[in-house]
Design a protein around this ligand. Structure first.
Ligand SMILES: *Cc1c(COP(=O)(O)O)cnc(C)c1O
Length: 405
């Protein structure tokens, strides 16, 4: 019989890595504790976190509001079965639809599931309203998740052959090219799905005129416009939802990442006119699960009470200004983004070297490609954190450039 380890030492933990399926290349350290903008590893090393749990920990690490909401809900009702309404589900549904301008919401646990729901709803719309149309136009360089359908929707070139055969019914077109999108529409098209700012693709905002054009194409043919706001939603871009920057409304809005502040939660929202699922056609064991609902409710209330959306806009501008200043002396190019979703380019190959050096210096940064650094800190970030981040990143960049150059 296996015995559970009595004293969990650091050595034992490091040995236990052999029991984890190797799906990611991870550094040797082991994360243990977080508070606000910081996270600590088991060696007691402290890191300033500009990855923010991958744009997830919008309130920072282990925020009090989330701790209290989860503890209180856990002591009341942990799970009730998806066959019943529960109290936090109804409170959160009412608040989320109100702030998003949407009418109806379906909850899931991950972003990919929210997008699966969006794809299903678009296909249902095609069946009911468009003579069986089922194709969805998506963008090159997009990221929509890791289920088979959302991988098929995703526009990553090196995923084309992975896990073949792909789910049928997706057409990829280049971003910000309205003619290309128009040309891809045919009798089978039921929807267009885009991220208002491509996140995993390296932070590429879609032009306002392009988004407006997509809305017009959808209206012309009766197709649905889906905004995947899993990364851009919940205040990240300096508005509660990125669609607010453009002045147009999507038919379907998907949310994930920041919505649970670290608790697994996602949502698909839509308008009353697209309330098309018959009972039993969509669901999930953990859909609208009470703990997740309590977490979502607490996060939304904190975002609003602390006005973190405005902070994302203000601090985002500060980051952009400081990066622009630094770019006169450093090889920083193409500074871009919206709110606290920001990226810049470095000479090819330098980005992973910089993030690794930053890790040694107590800073977490993400390199979505060998030439790109992406910033997605918690929305509670302050100027002092940004100054500290830029000081460390500058050191790392000079060191990296001297190694490579
Ligand atoms: C992260 C992300 C997803 C996938 O979310 P998961 O929770 O990992 O399934 C989908 N779309 C966008 C835009 C994302 O950033």
């Amino acid at each position: 019989m296996m015995h559970v380890q009595e004293a969990v030492t650091d050595d034992w933990l490091h040995g236990a890595k052999e029991s984890v399926l190797s799906t990611a290349v991870r550094p040797e350290l082991i994360m243990e504790r977080g508070e606000g903008m910081y996270i600590w590893d088991t060696g007691g090393n402290k890191y300033l976190d500009f990855i923010g749990g991958w744009a997830v920990n919008c309130l920072g690490h282990s925020p009090k509001a989330l701790q209290q909401a989860l503890a209180s809900q856990a002591g009341t009702l942990v799970h009730a079965s998806p066959a019943f309404y529960n109290k936090p589900m109804l409170e959160f549904s009412a608040q989320l639809t109100e702030v998003s301008g949407m009418d109806r919401v379906f909850f899931a646990s991950s972003g990919a599931e929210a997008n699966e729901s969006a794809i299903k709803l678009a296909r249902k719309h095609g069946t009911v309203c468009m003579n069986g149309a089922y194709e969805i136009i998506t963008l090159q360089g997009s990221f929509h998740g890791r289920t088979l359908a959302t991988m098929s929707a995703t526009g990553k070139p090196h995923w084309k052959q992975l896990y073949a055969p792909k789910v049928d019914g997706f057409r990829h077109v280049p971003i910000n090219d309205l003619d290309a999108c128009f040309a891809a529409v045919n009798n089978n098209t039921c929807a267009i799905m885009v991220e208002p700012v491509q996140g995993e693709g390296g932070v590429h905002p879609l032009d306002e005129a392009y988004l407006y054009g997509l809305r017009k194409i959808c209206d012309m043919y009766g197709m649905l416009l889906i905004f995947d706001e899993i990364q851009t939603g919940m205040g990240r871009t300096g508005k509660l939802f990125a669609y607010e920057h453009s002045g147009i409304m999507p038919d379907i809005l998907t949310l994930g990442k920041g919505i649970g502040g670290g608790f697994p939660l996602s949502a698909m929202l839509t308008l009353e006119k697209h309330n098309l699922f018959q009972p039993g056609e969509q669901g999930g064991t953990y859909s609208a699960q009470p703990l997740a609902m309590a977490a979502g409710l607490a996060v939304l209330q904190e975002l609003i009470e602390q006005d973190l959306t405005a902070n994302a806009a203000t601090q985002g501008q500060y980051v952009m200004r400081r990066l622009t200043e630094l770019s006169s002396n450093l090889p920083i190019r193409n500074i871009r983004g919206q709110g606290l979703l920001i990226a810049f380019d470095l000479p090819e190959g330098l980005a992973p070297v910089v993030t690794e050096l930053c890790l040694d210096k107590g800073l977490l940064l993400n390199a979505p490609s060998p030439s790109t650094i992406r910033l997605m800190p918690p929305l509670i970030v302050e100027e002092a954190h940004i100054d500290a981040m830029l000081a460390i990143a500058t050191d790392a960049l000079m060191e990296a450039a001297s190694h490579v150059g």
